[in-house]
Design a protein around this ligand. Structure first.
Ligand code: DP6
Length: 332
């Protein structure tokens, strides 16, 4: 009987240049590069404990057995870890999220980043940051970025299969002078009707707008890097907002449409426009859910939060900042 076990903590990240669409589903290769900020809120803590070979793997999410798609994805990930390490032990995965799961609040990013780090440690896989990022990507592409704290870029790489795997990973980008706030407006914390995996598949297969958005994203990324280096909040915000709205446009044009934005989302977007018209630098981005994340300066964060509470009564609002990369902790 072995007692190998490891615990890791990871934080979600929010992409300002979005990833949407895969080039290779089996290897989890994104079709586009992306750029994100890892946050200091909503950590996920995951413990992986090895068990004797032959026992079934067990997956616990917030203390209860995981089900459906979530359980399946973790089991596939464990098989991949065993194949990589040549080990045969079973595993018990115990994950605790502080963010609502599957609500477009990046639970899969923090979840698979923590699982990659804890799983690699428990199975004895010696992985540096880039290798760990590639490993996390196999669970969820956005998780590749949560390996790192602060700003990170995830490369789509080139080719397919094992060759593409080598070139698709995240790495940190230095933007030491840029330390904004991200005001998170939680409008609906329930799980989404269409998973991002299914939504992006339908978009790439059927949306006539997808190619145009992916092409425009290359210029967005180049301009974003310059804007970040200059710590230019308005420029960063404008690029992030147009990239996110473009991504949602590709989904709305899918057949049938994939729509994550709700009436409340549009109300919040109006409030963001009103703030800008009144001279406050605030810019919105949305992921696979109705919730809105608003980029602004640290000094304006309280004002932005108040305006959003007034615009969408009953919503939960919290303010996040630049957060840390994944780390191992004493086994829990
Ligand atoms: C809209 O990384 O959750 O949040 O790779 O299929 O697990 P899978 O999808 P996931 O998709 C995230 C999409 C997004 C944009 C982003 O985070 O870049």
């Amino acid at each position: 009987m072995t007692t190998d076990a490891a615990t890791a903590v990871a934080h979600p990240n929010i992409a300002l240049i979005k990833y949407w669409g895969k080039r290779d589903e089996e290897w989890m290769i994104p079709a586009v590069d992306s750029l994100s900020l890892t946050l200091d809120v909503f950590p996920t803590t995951t413990t992986v404990r090895l068990a004797p070979a032959g026992q079934p793997d067990r997956v616990l999410l917030d203390g209860r057995p995981a089900e459906g798609e979530i359980e399946k994805r973790v089991l596939v990930f464990l098989d991949m870890l065993r194949a990589r390490t040549g080990r045969r032990e079973a595993a018990v995965v115990d994950t605790r999220n502080t963010v609502p799961t599957g609500a477009g609040l990046a639970s899969s990013a923090s979840g698979f980043a923590a699982l990659a780090a804890a799983g690699a440690a428990a199975f004895g896989l010696d992985a540096g940051p880039a290798a760990l990022s590639r490993l996390a990507r196999r669970g969820s592409v956005s998780a590749a970025r949560s390996i790192f704290g602060g700003w990170a870029i995830c490369h789509a790489g080139s080719g397919s299969g094992a060759e593409a795997d080598l070139g698709s990973f995240a790495e940190p980008i230095a933007a030491p002078d840029f330390d904004p706030a991200l005001v998170i407006v939680v409008l609906n914390a329930g799980p989404k009707a269409v998973s991002s995996r299914a939504g992006m598949r339908r978009t790439t297969e059927t949306s006539p707008l997808y190619r145009a958005w992916a092409d425009a994203g290359r210029a967005d990324l180049a301009e974003m890097r310059t804007a970040l280096a200059r710590a230019d909040l308005d420029q960063v915000g404008e690029i992030a907002e147009r990239n996110a709205l473009g991504m949602h446009a590709t989904m709305l044009a899918a057949r049938p449409a994939v729509r994550y934005l709700s009436a409340a989302t549009l109300t919040v977007l109006d409030a963001v426009l009103a703030l800008r018209a009144a001279g406050t630098s605030a810019y919105a981005t949305m992921d696979a859910g109705p919730n809105v994340k608003i980029l602004c300066s640290r000094t304006d964060a309280a004002l932005v939060a108040d305006e959003m509470r007034a615009a969408a009564p009953g919503c939960r609002v919290l303010t996040a900042h630049r957060g840390p990369g994944v780390r191992l902790e004493a086994v829990r």
